[in-house]
Design a protein around this ligand. Sequence first.
Ligand code: C5J
Length: 229
Amino acid sequence: MIAVAAKPATFSFDPARTALVIIDMQRDFLEPGGFGAALGNDVSLLQAIVPTVESLLVLAREEGMLVIHTRESHLPDLSDCAASKRTAGAAGLRIGDPGPMGRILVRGEPGNQIIPSLAPIADEWVVDKPGKGMFYATGLGDRLVAQGVEYLIFAGVTTEVCVQTSMREANDRGYRCLLIEDATESYFPAFKQATLDMIVAQGGIVGHTATLAALHDALTYDALNEGKR
Ligand code: C5J
């Protein structure tokens, strides 16, 4: 077992039964002209975490962990988009509307793709999700059970929306969850901080949080030799 210095307490996990989940690092949320920008958000806040998420992804790949990438996306006919979601926001800036990177949050459109530097490679899972949470209407739950996954390490955007919803869904299903603090971001810094605080409140009511440095140190520390692996 690997022990990470985390909040509210040490997070112990077995890398062989762990998946890294990178939530929605899509052009629609991170690049000018996407859904996030169309809603008036400053996407540079999200772009700032890309190097950290890249390092986390490299670390997970080196450890041989299962890597799961999610995309918030809808079918072109929007049959998987609830009316409440379809009609939210200003006309012309809604899910399915044409945008500078194709139809907003529609599967297959350029803006719906994961940013190139975090692109999935062979054997990594890509989960298209029509909701905020990664379990809703995706079939992911059955796949994780079949794979024997017990621990989930989270990164991605946005902290208080799709990351938090997915982590809460996972927590309810019995997964032990760790959110990497500097590998997640929100368009609203106060919302990010509030989310980190509420996850670890009351003894870790939703899970744990830690920095990438803490995870890296834990994974590279060799307890037997009291040094680096
Ligand atoms: C939204 C997300 N809609 N990935 N999605 O904010 O958090």
